[in-house]
Structure formats: structure tokens, C-alpha cells
Design a protein around this ligand. Structure first.
Ligand SMILES: [Zn+2]
Ligand SMILES: [Zn+2]
Length: 157
């Protein structure tokens, strides 16, 4: 990623410095449900929720994120998704697992399914690789959505 030749034998074609660069999302104010960062507390209600979550527009109980989709984190995700560097699933899952609160219990980890054609082209579903790692780390089962059942709709764009 940085152009420096790799000096160590590793299955991950990214140097240690680049791999260690993505930092957690930093903001003073977050929505308690969707983790959207805000510059000030005025957009949040007494329960710490943003207006979308307050109105139920987000349609989920809570979302967790490790960092902003930019810089090294964005490059690492692109390497996993598009350059098919599957060995990045483990270090990326580690970051994602660190974003999950330890005091919350979860029943099952389910990856976002991928259209079979896309999966066939890519050879794997990156969400599945991440979900399996996170499930293993937290001692949870890793589930799958039944075929032909759409769990969620992607927002266009
Ligand atoms: Zn590097
Ligand atoms: Zn929210």
C-alpha cells in the first residue's frame, strides 16, 4: 500500500505499518443506536439517539463500526473485496470485533448475503469471512440466511 518493499515472509501483502494504521472512529458525540458521529450533542435526544433512529427510520437496534471508510482502512477493505486478498479477513475482523461492546450479548453472527453471481465472480463473500472470524472470537454461532429470503434491502447508491 505504501510502496515500501515487504521484508518479512507473510501471507498478507501489506507491511506492518500500513496494517496498524487504521484507527478507531473518533468523535465526541455519537448516536447511541447507529453510531453516526456528530460535532455537537444538539442533534441527539435524551437517550442519545439521532433523529433517524428516534423516528425508527434506521430499522435496527444498534450498529457498530470500527472506523471511517477512508485512508488505509478503505484500502485494506478494497484489497479484501476487489483484489481478493482473503488473508486480510482476519486482521479486519479483529478491528470489527474490537468495536463490539463486551457487555452486550449477541445470539448469532449472520453475514450480509451476496448475490450468487457476484459471489461466483469474486469467489467468496467477504462479509462471511469477517462474520466467521468474529463469531469464533466471541464464541458465537455463525448463521446464514435461508436461500431466497431477503433479510435486508440495500439502499440504492
Ligand atoms: Zn506499507
Ligand atoms: Zn442514529
Amino acid at each position: 500500500m505504501c510502496g515500501v518493499p515487504l521484508t518479512e515472509i507473510t501471507r498478507i501483502p501489506v507491511c506492518r505499518t500500513c496494517l496498524a494504521k487504521p484507527g478507531p472512529l473518533e468523535a465526541d458525540y455519537f448516536c447511541a443506536s447507529c453510531r453516526t458521529p456528530f460535532l455537537n450533542p444538539f442533534s441527539l435526544d435524551d437517550d442519545g439517539r439521532c433523529s433517524l433512529c428516534r423516528e425508527g427510520a434506521n430499522g435496527f437496534d444498534a450498529a457498530y463500526t470500527y472506523g471511517s471508510f477512508e485512508g488505509e482502512l478503505r484500502e485494506l477493505i478494497h484489497l479484501l473485496k476487489y483484489a481478493r486478498v482473503r488473508t486480510l479477513a482476519k486482521p479486519l475482523a479483529k478491528l470489527l470485533a474490537a468495536a463490539l461492546p463486551l457487555d452486550r450479548s449477541f445470539d448469532v453472527v449472520v453475514p450480509m448475503p451476496m448475490h450468487w453471481r457476484k459471489r461466483w465472480v469474486r469467489g467468496f463473500n467477504q462479509a462471511e469471512l469477517l462474520a466467521k472470524e468474529i463469531a469464533r472470537k466471541r464464541g458465537l454461532p455463525c448463521g446464514m440466511w435461508p436461500e431466497n429470503e431477503k433479510p435486508l434491502r440495500r439502499k440504492p447508491g
